[in-house]
Design a protein around this ligand. Structure first.
Ligand SMILES: NC(=O)c1ccc[n+]([C@@H]2O[C@H](COP(=O)([O-])OP(=O)(O)OC[C@H]3O[C@@H](n4cnc5c(N)ncnc54)[C@H](O)[C@@H]3O)[C@@H](O)[C@H]2O)c1
Length: 442
């Protein structure tokens, strides 16, 4: 596909994180001329030396190819990348503000910075997830009559970001001017994907509504799992039964420790906040968030119950062998990870947490070090489970599904396994002489 696609366009990507780096690499792969810009010196110097700062399947290979072909480079700061570009993507963070709304300060700052240096007639594409109306915020901050703003929300999933970018279910383009929308659509011409062209407010709403709906599916199935435990049903069978209904579908129906990550928590709260600001009480979404909070507590209760000889509130002297720290498998992202919420609470109650995750077994960056400071990080699964009173599976990494149960049982001090991802076979766990508790099944 690379090089054989649409007429190349000169692109700058502002913000080279999970979304920006994937966008820049994939657009270069599609044949465009791309410069990725970031303010993080460490990140830019890593990228310039051919290393990627995140775990993302296939990204390093594609990046290497694009750099070698002369279509991709990296800059510290936005100038001169932006000055030379026909299209500028904003891929900067939109974290949660104190009141639950989206913090637009990074978007505003980036737009203010690039406004004066943009080429006449350039198009600015907002890929950051932003509340309805942010289109105007970007336009005002740019302060340029000749520059059109386009909303082009991103739907990639961390862990499969490259695949998702190159094989999207749809490309959403929200624009007021056809020429600007045409140019953005042209960037994606090498992809086989339907394009949804709409106005900016609708494009911005699509992104939040999509994330809200997905979070709702997970909260729904977690509630069904809680009910299964009460009535003696098996959620795995229930999910197979409902997921095969084409009106429902099987995706996002795996019960687990609760949803987390860099998007769902902030986007679900922002959705409630946007609705409230416009006079609508999005009570369904509030419920979805509440259920997720309860799910973290339910997991903590399961784990404390598994070692209940120590009492529910005091876990002093208890050692937890934790498998998985990232918010899901396939990524190194620890932001809002359910694992950290649950383990943090257990640690607060006095437990010693010995944790293994494939992405934290090596050298850590300063942010990872800070987020994980309460836990003893282990280089292998065996180190984390050795001497544990309870082994807890928190992330669905494939290597945990292949856990050597006999070796684990022999190395543990206790005999409890709490499987917050329903990853293990309960009968195999019991056959190894261990007690098993999953989510919505026994
Ligand atoms: N991570 C995801 O899975 C995902 C998926 C879809 C949409 N989004 C949305 O995309 C946006 C970016 O998310 P992310 O996960 O890539 O964030 P990230 O934190 O991984 O990356 C953002 C990058 O922007 C850089 N940056 C900040 N201000 C800058 C500036 N003025 N100039 C240049 N660089 C600047 C930061 O240094 C950082 O490298 C957010 O709005 C997010 O909600 C994320």
């Amino acid at each position: 596909m690379s090089g054989a696609g649409p007429t190349p366009i000169s692109v700058a990507v502002v913000g080279t994180g999970y979304v920006g780096l994937t966008t820049g690499v994939c657009l270069a792969h599609l044949g465009h001329q791309v410069v990725c810009a970031d303010v993080d010196e460490r990140k830019v110097s890593m990228l310039r030396s051919g290393r990627i700062p995140i775990v993302e399947d296939g990204l390093a290979e594609l990046m290497g190819d694009a750099v070698a072909a002369g279509r991709l480079s990296f800059e510290l700061g936005t100038d001169p990348a932006v000055r030379a570009a026909d299209v500028v993507f904003l891929c900067v963070p939109t974290p949660q503000d104190d009141d639950g709304s989206a913090d637009l300060s990074y978007v505003r700052a980036a737009a203010t910075e690039i406004g004066p240096i943009l080429r006449p007639g350039a198009v600015v594409v907002n890929k950051s997830t932003v509340p309805v109306g942010s289109f105007h915020v970007v336009g005002d901050a740019l302060g340029r009559e000749d520059v059109h703003v386009v909303s082009n929300p991103e739907f990639l999933r961390e862990g499969t970001a490259v695949h998702d970018f190159l094989h999207p279910d749809r490309v959403v383009i929200g624009a007021r001017h056809d020429d600007a929308a045409d140019l953005v659509e042209h960037l994606y011409a090498g992809l086989d994907a339907p394009v949804v062209r709409t106005d900016p407010a609708s494009a911005e709403t699509i992104k939040y509504a999509a994330n809200g709906f997905l979070a709702m599916k997970i909260s729904f199935v977690n509630s069904v799992a809680a009910m299964c435990e009460q009535v003696g049903a098996d959620v795995v069978a229930v999910v197979a039964g409902i997921g095969s209904d084409r009106r429902i579908g099987p995706a996002f129906l795996n019960p687990g420790p609760g949803w987390g990550g860099s998007c769902f928590p902030k986007d679900s709260r922002a959705l409630v906040s946007i609705a409230r600001e416009h006079g609508y009480d999005f009570s369904l979404m509030r419920g979805v968030i509440d259920i997720n909070e309860q799910q973290f507590d339910r997991m903590v209760r399961k784990i404390t119950a598994a070692v209940d000889r120590y009492g529910h509130d005091r876990l002093t002297g208890v050692t937890i062998g934790a498998l998985g720290l990232t918010f899901k498998a396939g990524t190194d992202d620890l932001r809002e990870s359910p694992s950290l919420r649950i383990l943090g609470e257990l640690h607060r109650r006095g437990a010693t947490v010995r944790a293994y995750d494939p992405t934290t077994a090596g050298e850590l960056d300063p942010i990872q070090t800070e987020r994980l400071s309460a836990f003893e990080l282990c280089p292998t699964i065996g180190d984390a489970t050795k001497g544990a009173d309870v082994v807890v599976v928190l992330t669905e990494w494939p290597e945990f599904a292949a856990l050597d149960l006999d070796a684990t049982a022999a190395a543990m001090r206790g005999d409890a396994v709490v499987d917050c991802r329903n990853l293990l076979d309960p009968s195999a766990v019991r056959a190894a002489g261990l007690r098993y508790d999953g989510v919505g099944r026994s």
